[in-house]
Ligand binder design. Sequence first.
Ligand SMILES: Nc1ncnc2c1ncn2[C@@H]1O[C@H](COP(=O)(O)OP(=O)(O)OP(=O)(O)O)[C@@H](O)[C@H]1O
Ligand SMILES: [Mg+2]
Length: 355
Amino acid sequence: MGILSIFDKKKKPVLGLDVSSTSVKLLEISQQGDGYRVENYAVRPLPPNAVVEKNINDLEAVSQVVKAVVQSSRTKIKDAAVAVAGSSVITKIIEMPGDLSEDALETQISLEADQYIPYPLEEVAIDFDILGPSAKNPDQINVLLAACRRENVDIRVSMLDLADLKPKVVDVEAYTMERAFALIQEQLEDQEEQVVAIVDIGATMTTLSVLVDGKTIYTREQLFGGKQLTEEIQRRYGLSAEEAGLAKKQGGLPDDYEPEVLEPFKDAVVQQVTRSLQFFFSSSQYNDVDHIVLAGGVAALNGLAGLIEEKLGTSSTVANPFANMSVSSRVNHAALLNDAPALMIAAGLAMRSFV
Ligand SMILES: Nc1ncnc2c1ncn2[C@@H]1O[C@H](COP(=O)(O)OP(=O)(O)OP(=O)(O)O)[C@@H](O)[C@H]1O
Ligand SMILES: [Mg+2]
């Protein structure tokens, strides 16, 4: 049923490719006994506005960068896993007769899907996953139906085609984040019934995911990110976007940078996290989370987890999906560790090789 293969269970090694607003990140992970090893990691910046708010605007430019990332990584794998934004996907749990074969179920769902999806069927890609027997009706099963506008899927498939890769998996960022969380869950204390907020602060978008017992119960995207800090640095010190981006990571800015630019930005991050959590509390039965995981490039800012812990009174850590993995000697270990919090989506996609 279309190429949206969120729930495909067949396993084959795939490259995780996170195409975000600022860069393309490639990750290849292999299984070693009962652990994992990072085989390849490469990242390349995207030209400005090639991707805006998760939409691929300039297919030609993006596929060239994908190609360049693959070449620089020297991976041999051609099958790729990519993701669409959670906000472009609708999911519904529907009831179906329990005695249908998988094929019959697929036919039935494709015939009935128009009842559940507010778009013309020819404009969407759909996929489904059997959740289990219905609690209300023992003859029925619950099926999770996911639908995404076909253009979002098609443009990613074209992007991979143009980069000489094969689209193996088109996943949804929220599921990808959940899979990546499984890699860091074991690092947290007190694992049962935990309510964990993952706040992914990228360049332009902040995505809050709330997981209970490792399962996503809530996600929300907001327009906030590290680009705001970069732009402030540009404005104040007359630097190009590239120079400002580098200065942010490597330092070397005038003395007033910390008190007058960085500290206010960190306060804005704390406010954003607070506001995102308030949205969640107001639309759920929860009024607290047990732990906050900071992800995305902005999470790499020194002292941010401590500040959030202090201001919100909730234990906070910075995501590292590779903490329990070994790393191939081909990979620049220091770069991988630096970028680790920004690699949750790429890691969750690369894990589609096994789970
Ligand atoms: N060490 C660092 N210190 C401060 N900021 C950093 C650091 N590393 C990355 N950043 C910032 O993080 C942002 C990029 O993060 P990330 O790679 O998660 O974004 P993205 O996924 O490309 O963006 P989006 O999710 O919005 O599409 C940039 O604004 C970058 O300047
Ligand atoms: Mg991102």
